[in-house]
Design a protein around this ligand. Structure first.
Ligand code: GLU
Length: 428
């Protein structure tokens, strides 16, 4: 099968089934957790700037809320599908559980290409999304956050619409808001920093020094750029980064052997993370094909773009030098590719552990918003480090004790936590 077209929900269910068989779960528990508890599908009529009306499809999937209110992002993407949202919602359940947050898992989306929408249209789309789902979200029910191609401004428009409808101020209803408008310091950095905190712990475990480590990164959105920032602060070198190019309708990899410069790349990047190819060339970057980031002679690969990027078709491109795969994106590696990577003993930090920093900081933001009292950045980042490090160490210890890889260990720990909550509540 061409695993570029692999259905991520089937993949998420297979991963769950594997954990369920290790845990020997009963049928009712499996039936409950293999599918979302609730899903909402709706149409959003949008008045376009030219006066016409277009109808967009929106979703919110609430996979499980046994451990607490549902949490997860809202994605804007032209290729969005309900199965992709379902998979992402299920992964959020495991992600909040592996980080031991008192939250459940969900995800939302709109099938749209924000590149083609004016700011006014994006605002009306955000407000339209909230109008459709208002009754089923809220600070104690389901708290959306930014995700693929959504940002702090989108969250503020969504919150504003929510507050108009609710008739009060509920800053804890959304996270990832702008700082000063209910956002938390450190939220923007948190997913990328969290990835590198787990990489730091993995390097320790493998007795490798961060100062000598090299990495190649896919994507140049928030996850990627803050991962690069912290990795460089630790002394590591990032030699290659890839990014989507809207003009050429494909992605390119940007190579600088002695290390990419974050600031100069940010200066030539659009608001969706697209690096200007021509300007990068002028700055001395070698421009390579989309998959070139994967075939770099580096120690660490960090896919931080989209799901289904490392597949059975391109996994063989990974060089023998690669020791760590840190999954910054959700579901970047297809099941076929995972088997091949495991067979090559590449130490993999699975997505829902590696990128749990975002939702962890969202949790901190929600706590601060509900209290209406905001912490200093150092406090947020040090709490993030404590949470991510302890999540990593718990998974790594469990993996060593039970002779499992990190992915299986993270699944078993998180599924077990959710199962206990469902059992304790008397659901199954
Ligand atoms: N969008 C991120 C994720 O899906 C964070 C979710 C959140 O902060 O609630 O993991």
């Amino acid at each position: 099968m061409d695993d570029h077209s692999f259905n991520p929900f089937i993949s998420a269910q297979q991963q769950f089934d594997h954990a369920a068989s290790i845990l020997d779960l009963d049928k009712a528990t499996c039936d409950l957790l293999r599918n979302p508890m609730r899903e909402h599908h709706f149409s959003i009529p949008l008045r376009m700037d030219n006066g016409t009306v277009q109808i967009f499809r929106g979703f919110r999937v609430q996979h499980n809320d046994a451990r607490g209110p549902v949490k997860g992002g809202v994605r804007f993407h032209p290729m969005e599908t309900i199965d992709s949202v379902r998979a992402q919602a299920m992964w959020l359940t495991w992600k909040t559980a592996v980080a031991d947050l008192p939250l459940g898992g969900g995800k939302g989306g709109v099938i749209c290409d924000p590149h083609n929408l004016s700011l006014g249209e994006q605002e009306r789309l955000c407000r339209g999304w909230v109008r459709q789902i208002f009754r089923d979200i809220g600070p104690e029910v389901d708290i959306p956050a930014p995700d693929l191609m959504t940002n702090a401004q989108h969250m503020l428009w969504m919150l504003d619409e929510y507050e108009v409808l609710a008739g009060g101020r509920y800053p804890g209803a959304f996270t990832g808001k702008p700082v000063g408008m209910g956002g938390s310091l450190g939220r923007l950095e948190s997913t990328g920093y969290g990835v590198i905190i787990t990489v730091r712990e993995a390097l320790k475990e493998l007795s490798l020094s961060p100062e000598k480590a090299t990495a190649s990164v896919q994507g140049f959105g928030h996850v990627s750029r803050y991962a690069i920032e912290l990795f460089q602060q630790m002394g590591g070198t990032v030699t290659c980064v890839s990014s989507w190019n809207q003009k050429h309708n494909k992605s390119f990899s940007y190579l600088k052997k002695d290390g990419v410069q974050l600031e100069e790349l940010l200066d030539i990047t659009d608001s969706f993370g697209g690096i200007n190819k021509e300007k990068a060339q002028d700055l001395g970057y070698e421009i390579l094909d989309s998959d070139a980031w994967l075939e770099q002679e580096v120690d660490i690969l960090i896919p931080a773009a989209m799901e289904n990027q490392i597949t059975s078709k391109n996994v063989a491109l990974i060089k023998p030098s690669v020791k760590i795969l840190a999954e910054g994106a959700n579901g970047p590696t297809t099941p076929d590719a995972i088997l091949k990577i495991n067979a090559r003993n590449i130490f993999t930090i699975p997505d829902f552990l590696a990128n749990a920093g975002g939702v962890t900081c969202s949790y901190f933001e929600q706590v601060q918003s509900n209290m209406n009292y905001y912490w200093e950045k150092e406090e947020v980042l040090s709490k993030l480090d404590v949470k991510m490090t302890s999540a990593y160490i718990a998974v790594s210890n469990f993996a060593q004790m039970n002779n499992l890889n990190l992915r299986d260990a993270a699944y078993v720990i998180s599924v077990d936590r959710v199962v206990r909550a469902c059992h304790d509540r008397g659901w199954v």
